[in-house]
Each structure stands twice: as C-alpha cells, then as structure tokens.
Design a protein around this ligand. Structure first.
Ligand SMILES: Nc1ncnc2c1ncn2[C@@H]1O[C@H](COP(=O)(O)OP(=O)(O)OP(=O)(O)O)[C@@H](O)[C@H]1O
Ligand SMILES: [Mg+2]
Ligand SMILES: [Zn+2]
Length: 471
C-alpha cells in the first residue's frame, strides 16, 4: 500500500479526536444534540487548524444513517463514503478554482433537487472568499432561505474578504491557532501508534515551529522521520529546522549581558556561520529574551521542554530587567530591517549594537569585561530588586524625561554592575555613530542621542522623536 502522509492519515474522524477548538466543538455538539440545525456554517482560521476537518465531520453528523447526532458512527455507508470522499450528496467545491458567477449559478440550479440518497445535500465550499462579487450576490437569496434539504458549509482563511451580507447569514466559527502544548499532546499518541521513537525536546521543537497549525506539525513530523531515519533526536530536528543552536544563542546573550561589543560581534558571527538566516537568529534571540524576562519575574513559569530551565534562570540573573525589555523591543521593532534591500548581516549587527548603545547599562571596555563577568550576580539581583522597589517607572523613562544622554549621565543612579562611562573610544561605537540614521539623530538632538530616539531609527514610536525634534 502506498504511503499516506501523516496529516491525511490522522485526520480526525469525529469531534472527540479533534485537538483544541473546544469552543467550536461545544457549540456544534449542543446544537446537534438539540437538533437545532442551522443551514449555513462558516469556519475561519489559519491554515491547518481544522476547518475542512470539522466541516467533513459535520457533514457526517448531518447524514449518518444512525441519525443526526454529534457522534457519527463512522461505519455506516454514508459515513464511510464521506470519509472516502465519494458521497453523492456531499459536494466539495474549491472556490479558488470556481470563482465565476456561471459556476455559482450552475451550483444553485442543482440546489433545488432533492438529495440522491442522504438526508441532506451538503455543499462544502473551501476558500469561499475567492468567489467573485457576482457569485456572492447570486448566492445571497439561496443562502437566506435554502430548501430544507440543503446545508452550506464554508471555510476560509480570510473572512475579511467576505461580504457582510454573507457573514450575517452564517453561523461563524473562528478556529484558534493551536498551542505547542496542544500539538504535543495530540502528536504523542500518533507517534506511539506509528511506533516512532521521538525525544520530548524534539517534539516540542516541531510543535513550536508549526506556529499553531496541526497540519504543519504533522508535515514537519513526516519530514523529521525521513531526516532522522530511526529515532527522532532534538539535535537533528534543530538542524532540520535551521534553528540556531541554543548554546550559541546563550553565548551571544552572555556577551550582551557583559556588554562587550567585541564578544557580541564574535558570538553573532559564530551563529551566522552555522545558520546563515538572520531572521531565524533574531527570532531565537527574541524568544530567549522573553524566557529570560519570565525567569526574572516568575522563575517557576519558565518552560523546561528543552531541559534548559536552570540555565535560563541563571542567565536571567546576569541581566537587569530594563535591558531585557529594551533588547526585546529593539529586536522586535527592528525585525523588518533584516528584509530591507542590503546586507542582512549589517542590519543584524546594527540591531545588536543599538541594543547595547541604548542600554541603560553602560558598555564595557574590553578590559572591563573580564571583571564584570566575575562580578557577583547578587549585586545584579539586588540592583533589580532595588530598581523595582524604588522606581515606579524604568530608568529609561526617567532618563528620557530629563532629556539625558544615552551614555550614562554623570549623575544617573548606577543601576548596572559598573558605572563606566559609555563607549570610551570603542571603535565599534565609532562604527555605530557613522550610521546615517544615527548621524541624523545626533544632528536632530544636538549631538546627544537619547534612549527613546531609538524609536526614530527603527521607525517606531515616532512621537518621541517628533516631539523632541520640534522643541
Ligand atoms: N484541530 C485539529 N485536530 C487534529 N488534527 C488537525 C486539527 N487541525 C488540523 N489537523 C490535521 O491537519 C490536517 C489538515 O487539516 P484541515 O484540512 O482541517 O485544515 P484547514 O483548517 O482546512 O486548513 P487549510 O486552511 O489549509 O485548508 C488534517 O488532516 C489533520 O490531520
Ligand atoms: Mg481546508
Ligand atoms: Zn454513520
């Protein structure tokens, strides 16, 4: 027998097998139990979250020979035929390839005829947003008052493109993206039944990479099975997905915590040597920054799916809370710069430099880094504690309120491990200052770059820059 891809093989046959989407299942089950059957249903949501799957199950609920119920038998003629895609009264139409009004008219001409065998004639129209305006108009009347024996099931990834006149005639169900946890829970028994050995960390990597789509998760699992040939290991999955190795991301963050530009650039270069995709590297950096921030706020809440919680909690102690917030914001807002024409490496390095230059924690001169690395983490923790206790707003806000320099003002509260003035003669800072954006800013701000003006560089929070510029 030919190989069937996992996503097709494991398509849920009834509501109990569907992962997540409880809000939809509850409504549908109640309605079917009470025999309150609407004539038009619309399923929306991102790719691979269960729209077509739910529509097909619903078609079985309507037409199962055992009667209308939320639990189709899956063995009768009607259920089997629907499962095999050959039921005479289930019309699956791909709207993307039948957009014209003539196609819709043809469909509507047939609507009035009674079903061949089943209780209902079910029209399942996929990607319904692709229909032309004329097609929608032709559909309106029938959709409002269809014959008793007709049910319409629509599915789309793009409900915004549907006319409100169509929306208001349908029961609408918005399917949610599935969380990595839900995906892992669904995939574990699949792996067991398929007799595939898979490390838990590998499965979590796949579930995260699927970005909410169960189809993507199953496809990635197929890919991992071929890639690994045998048991699926986390390392191999990381390689397959092109995710930067965690340890190297940690090394980059450690260098950032120490504030040494040379080390930061070296760690970044090492990462790029392995994964030449800067967007992936930035994504890993951002997700780790997020975990570090969580680790500072509530260490127990850090997930340990990759077995690295301890390491995360330890690394979190090397940052102050403002830095984590600032780095995350700069990285997130600057993401699009990686896709602008030009050198992605330069864009990525500029982002890293921007994080450090605008950090309330001053950059270290090379000789400074060693001593900083060995400095007691308690100091940093105490600093964090003091900051959160004594400052209702961040030091960044305080600085910006007083219009202070990004380099630590002489009278600023020391909130970092050292209070070394910024960038004394560091050649990398000189490079930063040569960036045309920075030069414009320095001109605009009278030679002083203030922390919030970072927004102006990344095209973010333009207000701050504007208001200052007009002063
Ligand atoms: N909620 C879910 N629970 C279990 N499996 C799911 C779920 N959603 C999707 N799948 C799996 O993904 C496959 C594709 O799902 P489905 O065809 O329902 O997605 P869709 O939402 O219609 O996607 P598209 O927008 O791309 O058409 C199914 O065969 C099934 O294996
Ligand atoms: Mg579909
Ligand atoms: Zn049945």
């Amino acid at each position: 027998m030919s190989y069937q891809v996992l996503a097709r093989k494991w398509r849920p046959g009834d509501f109990s097998q569907v992962a997540g989407q409880e809000h939809v299942l509850k409504t549908l089950t109640n309605a079917l139990d009470k025999q309150r059957l609407h004539h038009a249903y619309l399923f929306t949501g991102t790719r691979g979250t269960g729209k077509t799957t739910l529509a097909r199950i619903l078609a079985k609920c309507f037409n199962c020979e055992q009667g209308v119920s939320p639990t189709p038998c899956n063995v009768c003629g009607a259920c089997t035929e629907i499962n095999e895609g050959r039921h005479l009264d289930l019309f699956e139409i791909d709207a993307a390839s039948r957009t014209k009004v003539e196609d819709t008219r043809e469909l509507l001409e047939n609507v009035q005829f009674a079903p061949a065998r089943a209780r209902f004639k079910v029209y399942l129209i996929d990607e319904v947003h692709m229909l032309s305006t004329h097609s929608f108009n032709a559909l309106l009347k029938t959709l409002e008052e269809p014959p008793e024996h007709v049910k319409f099931l629509f599915a789309t990834t793009d409900p915004q493109k549907l006319p409100v006149t169509i929306l208001s005639r349908c029961l609408q169900f918005h399917l949610r993206n599935l969380s990595p946890k839900t995906i892992v829970k669904y995939l574990e028994p699949v792996l067991e039944k398929e007799r595939i050995d898979c490390e838990s960390a590998a499965l979590w990597q796949i579930a995260s990479a699927a970005a909410g789509s169960m189809r993507d998760a199953l496809t990635l699992l197929d890919q991992a099975i071929s890639y690994c040939q045998g048991s699926i290991r986390a390392e191999a999955v990381v390689e397959m997905l092109g995710i930067p190795p965690r340890q190297q991301v940690f090394a980059l963050l450690r260098a950032m915590a120490a504030g040494g530009l040379g080390d930061v650039l070296e760690a970044s270069e090492k990462l790029a040597g392995q994964i030449p995709d800067y967007a992936q590297i930035l994504d890993s950096l951002l997700s780790t920054l997020h975990r570090l921030a969580i680790a500072q706020a509530h260490p127990e809440a850090v997930d340990n799916h990759a077995g690295d919680r301890q390491e995360i909690v330890k690394l979190a102690g090397e940052f102050n809370a403002e830095d984590l917030q600032l780095f995350y914001q700069i990285g997130n807002r600057g993401r699009e710069e990686l896709f602008l024409p030009g050198d992605a490496r330069a864009a990525f390095e500029m982002l890293l430099l921007r994080m450090l230059v605008f950090s309330p924690m001053p950059m270290a001169a090379p000789e400074e880094i060693k001593s900083r690395k060995t400095e007691s983490k308690n100091d940093i923790k105490n600093d964090n504690k003091n900051n959160s206790e004594s400052e209702s707003s961040s030091s960044l806000e305080n600085e910006s309120a007083s219009g202070a320099d990004a380099s630590p003002p002489p009278d600023a509260e020391p909130n970092a491990a050292t209070n070394q003035p910024a960038a004394g003669g560091n050649p990398l800072v000189a490079t930063f200052e040569q960036d045309p954006n920075v030069q414009t800013l320095m001109r605009n701000f009278d030679g002083r770059v203030i922390p919030e003006s970072v927004g102006a560089i990344g095209g973010m929070g333009g207000d701050a820059g504007d208001s200052r510029g007009s002063q």
